[in-house]
Design a protein around this ligand. Sequence first.
Ligand code: NDP
Length: 447
Amino acid sequence: MTAKDYVKAIGAQLHEKDGNQTEFLQAVDEFLSTVTPFLEKHPEYEANNLLALLTEPERLLQFRVPWQDDEGQWQVNRGYRIQFNSALGPYKGGLRFHPSVNLSILKFLAFEQIFKNSLTGLPIGGGKGGSDFDPKGKSDGEIMRFCQSFMTELAKHIGPNLDVPAGDIGVGGREIGYLFGQYKRLRQYDAGILTGKPVDFWGSLGRTEATGYGAVYFVNHLLAYNKDSFDGKHVLVSGSGNVAIYAIEKLQQLGAKAISCSDSTGVIIDEAGIDLELLKEIKEVKRERLTAYKEARPEATYVEGSLWDQAVAADIAMPCATQNEINLAQAKELVKNGVKIVAEGANMPATLDAAEYFIAQGVHYCPGKAANAGGVAVSALEMSQNSQRLTWTKEEVDQRLDDIMKNIYETCRDTALEYGAENNYMLGANIAGFAKVANAMLQQGLV
Ligand code: NDP
């Protein structure tokens, strides 16, 4: 069979088996759409049917999470952990608490995590987990009881050399703290069990900022290579959570103007530049909606709906909210409005046809698995610090983060060039991430 037919057959098999897992199939289709030239060069992978192994998780866990709300009523949510691939190290990837969470979404996230973690050059495998629990509007007590119940089951399946979860949508320092506390009660004090911990108990300095900063560093290296800089650039940022806030912070530090942010109900456009202190106060301290931003800054515009439906001129777009937030029509609008770089702080925020459109139009499209790898990279640095029982300074962590992002950018760029697809960072990220994992799997006897 030719490599092209092999890739097609694997895709068809998965569509047959997992036809209802749309997000997972989307992530696999994107990956498969780029790997044929690599398989042509390396027939040993097809000979060992490696793609079939790679697309099947090593282990899937699903469990019930009973918890009591403030009225004393029992509630039940679904908990999951996907342990997808351990060729390069313990499973590593965040926990997401959001009502949309299901097996398909977590499998797509865990699948992408394999290549992302490989690109960091650090010893971590790929995993992801979470629950369809909705933290929005819950009291601290309810969040705590939910986290305790979630960890009561999860604790049986994780460990510093087995699986090390972190945060994602709906899981920040508060949730990690409650999860950690419960693990400690059930087992023992083990700093290496979770990352994204508050710095008071062995979290890494710079972890909170890492994903947003890292995505901006990635673009900064791309700009520098093209003899350009952030200076004066207008940037559209979506989301107003952890990734968006620290992307905006680093953009401002590097001389760009971030002119938007959003949440699941609406969008702020602030042509004077986002007021970061105000945004942090609203989202990190008060946990309010973005309408509060408009109230405090009447000169800004607030509209309900998606940022990507607003026709706003900009140089760079950084989607930092969630998957599939940019479709093909919105991608076309962005290109029409002058966007030359799209860097994904979120995971898979562009649909596959939108991503392919960007690439075809010569837009520098920086896929999430490369551009947002800074978060997991600093999580791996947190693991190193926990093992050493040492803490590094914020400057040291930040310098390492910048070095890692530079390396990821260069790897994606050079791999794309090597395969005759200049500036196709999607192909570069997939092939470079895959090469290392595939090699490790073969050397370990395909286990
Ligand atoms: P947060 O929970 O801190 O923030 C998420 C933001 O996205 C909020 O503004 C939220 O709005 C918005 N959002 C979430 N779901 C939707 C939706 N369905 N429609 C519209 N807006 C939505 O999460 P993070 O900032 O941590 O994560 C954002 C993205 O970055 C995710 O794709 C995540 O997987 C990815 N990522 C995160 C990393 C990390 O270290 N945290 C690492 C790598 C990637 P609202 O509050 O209204 O729900």
